[in-house]
Write a new protein. Sequence first.
Length: 130
Amino acid sequence: DILPYIEIPSKKVLALMNKYWPGALTIIFKKKPSVSDAITKNLTTIAFRIPKQDDALALLNYLGPLAATSINISGEAPLNDYQLIVEKFGSKIDYILAKKVASSNVSSTIIDATSDNIKVIRAGEIKINV
């Protein structure tokens, strides 16, 4: 479902996608020119993650790719407690998908796959040697 949005990745990146998705891996790709700058804030890249969470996967299977952000504020520790999420963001968001939240306190791994040299941007739950 993401192929219409991204430049075709290398075989190495496709292998990582097949191995770690769904899971705690976020991949930054070159976006296709047809992707609106409104979605990417004028960046030439776009990132995707397929979470390993049943409710989220059901929603993605029903709607397709979604433009979204993680629940925590950048640089802060992951929020894995439903009550804390509601207290911090409940009045700022329309809907919380499920009361079951991730059990890991480790953020997703982020890799930059915009060139042949894959770079680890943030080391996280998944360990990738590039």
